[in-house]
Design a binder for this molecule. Structure first.
Ligand code: UDP
Length: 237
């Protein structure tokens, strides 16, 4: 019998991961593969809360002349589009799901209520957190750190296009070295692009480990949940 090493996790899926090679929008094959991978770990009895990004549709910091807060609200709305797509894909796999948004839009999803989210997880529902933290100038990585602390998740699974944390960008440097594990403070001090510093500090202050791994290989979420050393673990020393 396969035994998961975690009971409750926050899975962060970046918008980039949803776009696949197209770089924009939602690739339906990838969406389906991610939903399949989530359903595999759900069957092991793991409580899965998901934070989705929005970078495949809109990123506030990339808007040139627009008011930054407005651009960030647009980014938060982009995460809601991804959340609904993911909800649909998960329900096609037979999972019970709830989307909770940090900005109220109660015609399409529940508002974020911490105790309710925990209750859903206990009842075996996958909970998708959308609209980030609800505040401009933050990221969905920070949302993952915040929600993980709030719902007392044991770990953040940071699903990326890249398969771990490298000392330089592996897309640009073919001799980039992958870390098996790295301290939070080194991620911050070396300015490694794995997570923004706000998110990394929040995890550091609350001792929440982060596992960075590649989502494009089917079965990887389950491998991480079963304790296989793929990707990079970010934690304190
Ligand atoms: N965003 C925000 N506050 C939050 C979370 C997200 O303002 O708490 C906005 C921000 O503009 C960000 C966009 O939503 O660029 C999409 O989120 P993110 O860039 O984190 O997505 P990812 O890179 O994971 O696809």
């Amino acid at each position: 019998m396969e035994k998961p090493v975690y009971k409750r996790v926050v899975l962060k899926i970046s918008g980039e991961a949803l776009a696949g090679d197209k770089g924009f929008g939602i690739d339906s094959d990838i969406l389906n593969s991610i939903a399949e991978q989530i359903s595999e770990v759900h069957k092991l009895g793991v409580q899965v809360a998901i934070v989705v990004g929005g970078g495949n549709i809109w990123r506030g910091r990339n808007s040139k002349h627009m008011d930054r807060a407005t651009a960030d609200y647009m980014g938060m709305l982009a995460t809601v589009i991804n959340a609904l797509a993911l909800q649909d894909a998960l329900e096609n796999k037979g999972l019970d799901t709830r989307v909770q948004t940090a900005i109220e839009m109660k015609e399409i999803a529940e508002p974020y209520i911490r105790r309710k989210a925990i209750r859903h997880l206990e009842k075996g529902r996958a909970v998708i957190f959308a609209a980030g933290t609800g505040n401009p100038f933050f990221s969905t990585d920070t949302t993952a750190a915040l929600r993980a602390a709030e719902i007392e998740a044991e770990v953040i699974l940071l699903a990326k296009k890249v398969d771990g944390v490298y000392d330089s960008d592996p897309a640009l440097n073919s001799s980039a070295q992958k870390f098996e594990s790295i301290d939070y403070i080194d991620v911050i001090n070396k300015g490694l692009g794995v997570m923004d510093s706000t998110a990394t500090s929040l995890c550091m202050d609350n001792s929440i480990p982060i596992i960075v791994f590649g989502i494009s290989t089917p079965g990887n979420i389950k491998r991480v949940i079963l304790g296989e050393n793929i990707g990079t673990v970010v934690r304190g020393s």
